[in-house]
Design a protein around this ligand. Structure first.
Ligand SMILES: CC/C=C\C/C=C\C/C=C\C/C=C\C/C=C\C/C=C\CCC(=O)N[C@@H](Cc1ccccc1)C(=O)O
Ligand SMILES: [Zn+2]
Ligand SMILES: [Zn+2]
Length: 475
């Protein structure tokens, strides 16, 4: 049993063969439950209910431990309150989500909800986004409890069920409940960035990027209405043509490159030493080479997303019949806002590019980029992640703050903390990145075991962390 007084009570993250077998089987079981979110009004409630039963069966110790309270929120989300033995320590929160995006069978090497193990990988929707994290958090806690571990620092585990479609019934409700209870959190760790490997040419070594902010977002509907009529005598322009031209102008006019503002500069400066000559000199002297680096970054579609607000045309609808002039054309554009811009600024830019009064704009959802969380020596959450990355992934030399180009449920928790970190302790290669929301999503058995180890260590580190003693010049 741990009193959490020091490293001598540290329980090694070593799991026996039976435990290792059980943990991979548990992840496969989780993948086999198709907890798909299609839209806020269309989620698979049967699967979500089944998932709730599943975690009760797989992690019995968590559910019977007297210092852990379990609550179901918004019908299918789960909140665990782990009461630590030392009430003077501020609690933290670990997050993940149980829902997944749809996965039609086409193009997959194995059916997406089979959870099949093949060549050392567990395959299926949710293996990287984000049942791996959900299961690893619960698995690590279950294994600690089996070893009679009693945490010193209280923590929450918040498992949303509708992250992929807004989080309004899961994360948003959990956040409101905790706020009503007067909870303030030291920090939050959610999904987001990874240990990135092979994303940057010439950078041979992997590096860990902890997202200290995430982009804002807008879902924008563009609509053109025209008088319908007989297609045998068409007008000069139709709603489809007008809207298509507007969309094309948007695609041809990228929003401004914002390189130089936001956490990206720090990311690059921290990475400089990993690059061979002369790239290392270039990155150390961004005051001079900034324009060059910014141009190089916009050439690649992933790094481009780090330097500007992106626009993706995701839906297009028009027409009612082959011989009818279409009364209406509609398109949905999904924008991800760079941390240095706001919703209002981006909407202005878009309207100026479209520059056609016949195109109506309807903002469906919008939120500004998230505030930047601290990553200095005093930032407990960041330093704990850092310490745990160094012990579990000793081969990773560089750990840098960065931004998350996707969005997470953690954006609903800014009322509870200013320290939100988005990081999955998993290696990610460019082909894995494409599999998230794409096809052939998979995680290696070894990577999943390592993720469990990481959380097993992280929870213990949160109980024993000693703040670094400030250097004399900092006093
Ligand atoms: C200098 C640095 C150089 C290079 C870095 C290179 C690359 C960075 C590349 C990748 C970053 C890695 C991972 C990001 C992967 C996935 C995004 C993370 C989380 C997204 C979770 C998600 O899917 N969310 C959805 C749903 C949602 C929508 C709106 C609001 C909340 C949730 C989404 O974003 O659409
Ligand atoms: Zn996710
Ligand atoms: Zn996702």
């Amino acid at each position: 049993m741990s009193t959490g007084k020091g490293r001598e009570r540290h329980i090694p993250s070593q799991f026996n063969q039976g435990e290792r077998f059980a943990m991979k089987e548990a992840l496969k079981g989780a993948i086999q439950i198709p907890t798909v979110s299609f839209s806020p009004d269309d989620i698979n409630t049967t699967a979500l209910a089944e998932f709730g039963e599943f975690i009760r069966t797989v992690f019995p110790t968590i559910f019977k431990t007297r210092f852990i309270q379990h609550e179901v929120i918004g019908e299918y989300s789960h909140l665990f309150t782990v009461q630590g033995s030392d009430p003077s320590l501020q609690p933290y929160m670990l997050m993940a989500h149980s829902d997944v995006v749809p996965a039609p069978d086409e193009g997959w090497e194995v059916p997406p909800f089979s959870g099949l193990e093949h060549d050392g990988f567990i395959h299926g929707r949710g293996t990287l986004d984000n049942k791996n994290s959900l299961m690893a958090i619960l698995q690590a806690l279950e294994l600690l409890l089996i070893r009679n571990y009693i945490p010193r620092r209280s923590f929450f585990i918040a498992l949303g069920h509708d992250e992929e479609v807004s989080g309004q019934n899961g994360a948003q409700k959990i956040s409101a409940l905790l706020q009503a209870r007067g909870v303030k959190l030291a920090f939050i760790v959610d999904e987001g960035n990874f240990i990135l490997d092979g994303f940057i040419p010439y950078l041979k070594k992997p590096f860990a990027m902890i997202a200290v902010s995430e982009k804002g977002g807008i879902n924008l509907r563009l609509q053109v209405n025209m008088t319908p009529g007989h297609s045998s005598a068409p007008p000069k322009e139709t709603s489809i043509g007008i809207l298509a031209a507007a969309i094309s102008r948007l695609e041809q006019t990228p929003l401004p490159n914002m390189f130089g503002s936001g956490p990206l500069k720090t990311t690059l400066q921290e990475l400089a030493n990993e690059f061979p000559f002369p790239a290392n000199i270039v990155l150390r002297n961004l005051w001079l080479f900034g324009p060059l680096v910014s141009r190089l970054m916009e050439r690649n579609y992933i790094t481009n997303a780090l330097v500007r607000t992106t626009m993706a045309l995701t839906m297009f609808n028009a027409g009612v019949k082959m011989n009818v002039i279409p009364p209406m054309a509609q398109a949905i554009i999904n924008l991800r806002i760079h941390p240095a811009q706001t919703v209002q600024e981006v909407l202005e830019l878009i309207k100026n590019i479209v520059a056609d009064d016949r195109v109506q704009f309807h903002v469906l959802t919008a939120f500004d980029p998230l505030p930047v969380s601290p990553s200095d020596h005093q930032a407990l959450g960041y330093q704990l992640l850092r310490q745990t990355i160094q012990s579990i992934f000793p081969e990773v030399n560089t750990i840098a703050p960065g931004i998350c180009i996707g969005n997470t449920d953690s954006r609903h928790y800014t009322n509870l903390t200013t320290s939100i970190y988005r990081f999955n302790p998993v290696y990610l290669h460019p082909q894995d990145f494409r599999s998230i929301h794409g096809i052939n999503e998979k995680i290696s058995v070894q990577a999943y075991e390592t993720q469990v180890k990481f959380i097993f260590e992280f929870i213990q580190n949160a109980d024993t962390y000693q703040e670094p003693i400030p250097h004399l010049h900092e006093l």
